[in-house]
Design a binder for this molecule. Sequence first.
Ligand code: NAD
Ligand code: UGA
Length: 457
Amino acid sequence: MNKDIVCIGAGYIGGPTMAVIAKMNPDRKVIVVDINADRIAAWNSEDYSIPIYEPGLVDVVKEVRGRNLFFSTDIKGAVQQCDIVFVGVNTPTKMFGRGSGRASDLQYWEATARSIKEYANGDKVVVEKSTLPVRTAAAMEAILNGGTGNGERGTGIKFTVLSNPEFLAEGTAIKDLLEPDRVLIGGPETEEGRRALEAVVDIYAAWVPREKILTTNVWSAELTKLAANAFLAQRVSSINAIAGLCEATGADVDEVARVVGADRRIGPKFLKAGPGFGGSCFKKDVLNLVYLCETFGLHTAAEYWTGVIRMNQHQQERIVSRLFSAMFNTLANKKIALFGFAFKADTGDTRETPAGTVARLLMEEHVRVTVTDPKALDNARRDLADLPGVVYEEDEYKAAEGADAIVLMTDWRHYPTLDWQKIYDSMRKPALVFDTRNCLDAAELRRIGFRVLNVGK
Ligand code: NAD
Ligand code: UGA
């Protein structure tokens, strides 16, 4: 087996993951391939206008691109050159037919499995990097090995399928990849499986301490990824469920979270109340878990996890309800500026962003919506293309001019440092700030003259 690696899928997961693997394994060639030629061209662009904004990523790409990291649309050539094939294609929620709205749409993944089978010219270790429903590896193996059950197809080529889910978070991808809490690799409990597993362990062992590389069987690895995201999403929904109660009772959700999180059994992370979780994965993966529970007749477990999603949706509806009450029960024709459209700071990603839901709810109320964001304005334009009235403004001060309210949706680090007096002076009065991330100095804003709303206070 050679040590070279191909990753099919040059997206948020394939690009950064393979860039770091190439950086830390200078003796291996790493090729990232995709059917999307524009994306590959962007990865290869001379001025490094790579398709993803991620702190530190461009420096890694500058270091390794052309050295041992290559981006290409030649999927066949890359599969033939490399014996280890990572699959990092998208697995969105299925929006049609059986399992619509919950199950994973596996069409991209299956197309990839079929191209690997078509192009392979020798034995391959196939590594699932995408997040997939538990037991997908069995289906992958059936496609690759022709369903013979003996691990071989007519040509004698053997495919061994492993699961190596990724735990990086957007905005901190490079740090998470360089210093992971753990790396998880699941493999079949056969001699071949163990050999394949060791080959993939070796890739990470180049920089990750061995005790942090956890190995399991394939099904545990696939399920762990869904469980890990579901636990994180559940913590966010739990604190948001407490936030409403804080608003009703005079408690302060940040104080409650600080003290609850000081219990070492609970820990302080993922207890920040806010507009609800966004991002491409939490909702998709929890829905996937719900679908799996239902498939196996575990209806109460399915309802339990559905509650996490319901709470999240409710949190965004509550933002608009509270604005409505605070703005004299009519929002029509008022100007509201959304500060931040990305689903969290330090990313341009807007998939499932709470700001998108809030923008839509406000447009239903005939609000004049202006969106500003330092990194996500192009994505915002694309996401809201069906809402022609929305205005996009790069400059926060211009976005705020004449507005009745500002709703801070994303916790961009520079927002607290803006000149809020200047912003206040340019707004229509009474001027309202709804800080859904509790990141501004509310006392100072009130001193300036703003009316202030927070989450959980
Ligand atoms: P993405 O949409 O950014 O990238 C997927 C890429 O796969 C696209 O560029 C697409 O063109 C390509 N692709 C699709 N079908 C193909 C095919 N048949 N052949 C070649 N290329 C093909 O998606 P992503 O955010 O990178 O997510 C990929 C997977 O990783 C998902 O399962 C996701 O759940 C998982 N994941 C994502 C993150 C994250 O932070 N985004 C973190 C952990 C896990
Ligand atoms: C998440 C997980 O953290 C990663 O481990 C996982 O690999 C990834 O999903 C994935 O599978 O795609 P990501 O979605 O990039 O990463 O970002 P997070 O930092 O987890 O934030 C998710 C959402 O929850 C954001 O909208 C964020 O603002 C929100 N959040 C997070 C809160 O509202 N409160 C918190 O305390 C933490």
